[in-house]
Design a protein around this ligand. Structure first.
Ligand SMILES: *Cc1c(COP(=O)(O)O)cnc(C)c1O
Length: 391
């Protein structure tokens, strides 16, 4: 057998450098409070923005889908794996996003692998924000197109690069909608204008935007009133929707084309009935009421305001993602540990997820938090912040 020592050594090195990821195991369902290691802790880490991951309506829909459709799709979509349940969800998701059509993919990560290599190749150019999500970066690499990175959110830089790099069959501009580590938002209206001016396709990954931005949480495209102007809108069912899975929304030609070309669609089995059933229920919840979205924002506004008043540096987030900037990785790790001892689960994030010297505690606010929960969190942050002389 192969000598695995070289890998073991590398793992040791990660541990020695503080770069090893230790996994926390939840002993109960997702929610505002979690049980970890027998201890009840306030959850400030999940992407469960609206608290839907353990919502009774979604659970019921998932169980009903299992009763009606079984547990597995049995095949890839193009052979025998397409259920009318999938098509119903695609119709509802397209409507929710204000798009002509949509296509379910197994995950948001896979959706980027499905789209990018299908629409661009070796003869093409991709313009990509330097802080784009790993799944966009991998999709770009997989396509074989030349990748040109523009400085984060810098429209002047993007325009200069669009002017400088023109030799291509076609050009694609791709960006995260909401950037998950800082909570800042892509200037999508300006990006769309540049796309029109320089005849480039525009693609946005709305993973942290849907269920959060725009009226009724319809996402970044609705937030900027750009319906029909963004060529490709990538969605995930794994964040605010509280389930798991991904999708692509766009015009009918794009979706028809992807059904012929997208490899995760052609060669990996379809999303499962309970996931799709639950997503349909999530979309229904959002279409019926914006109560959860409003609660999410009022929680986030309250938490951010109080943290700022206490003297914390909370970066420049425009969304419920709240980075507590500590810069030093050791301080950040220590801060997170002390919070955990005090009953708060808020993870430290360091290099390579964020640049060196930019370590932080990333707080994810949810509609499922009560005012008491947030006050408890603020108290503990103040306590640890003073102890570590951060404030
Ligand atoms: C989380 C995330 C994904 C991955 O979505 P999954 O459905 O969990 O695979 C893709 N893109 C962005 C921008 C994300 O934040």
């Amino acid at each position: 057998m192969f000598n695995w020592k070289i890998f073991k050594d590398e793992l040791e090195e990660l541990k020695n450098n503080g770069l090893y990821t230790y996994i926390r195991t939840l002993e109960g369902p997702q929610g505002a409070w979690l049980t970890i290691g027998g201890k009840k802790v306030l959850n400030l880490c999940s992407n469960n923005y609206l608290g839907l991951a353990n919502d009774e309506r979604l659970k019921k829909a998932a169980v009903e889908a299992v009763e009606k459709w079984g547990v597995g799709p049995g095949a890839v979509r193009t052979i025998a794996g397409t259920l009318s349940l999938h098509e119903q969800a695609e119709k509802e998701l397209a409507k929710f996003k204000g798009a002509e059509a949509a296509l379910l993919i197994q995950s948001g990560f896979n959706a980027n692998q499905a789209v990018i290599p299908s629409i661009v190749g070796k003869q093409d150019l991709i313009f990509s924000d330097e802080l784009n999500h790993a799944s966009i970066i991998d999709g770009c690499r997989l396509s074989g197109a030349k990748i040109i990175r523009w400085n984060h959110l810098d429209m002047k830089d993007l325009e200069e690069k669009l002017k400088a790099y023109t030799e291509a069959r076609r050009r694609l501009i791709v960006t995260d909608g909401v950037f998950s580590m800082d909570g800042d938002v892509a200037p999508l209206s300006d990006i769309v204008k540049l796309g029109e001016k320089y005849d480039a396709l525009v693609m946005v990954d709305d993973a942290h935007g849907e269920g959060v931005l725009g009226p009724y949480g319809r996402g970044i495209v609705a937030h900027f009133e750009l319906e029909g102007k963004v060529d490709i809108d990538i969605g995930t069912m794994s964040k605010a929707f509280g389930v798991v899975g991904g999708y692509v929304a766009g015009n009918a030609t794009l979706i028809e084309y992807l059904k012929q070309k997208a490899r995760p669609f052609l060669f990996s089995s379809a999303p499962t009935p309970p996931d799709v059933g639950a997503v349909l229920a999530a979309v229904k919840v959002l279409e019926e009421s914006d109560e959860l979205v409003k609660k999410l924002w009022s929680n986030a506004d309250y938490f951010k305001k109080e943290m700022k008043n206490m003297g914390f540096d909370i970066g420049h987030s425009q969304t419920p993602i709240t980075p507590i900037m500590l810069y030093d990785a050791k301080v950040s790790t220590e801060f997170s540990k002390k919070l955990f001892d005090a009953g708060i689960f808020a993870q430290s994030i360091g290099y390579p997820t964020v640049p060196k010297g930019k370590a932080r505690i990333r707080v994810m606010i949810s509609a499922s938090h009560t005012k008491e929960d947030l006050d408890f969190a603020l108290e503990q942050f103040e306590h640890v912040g003073k102890e570590l002389k951060v404030i």
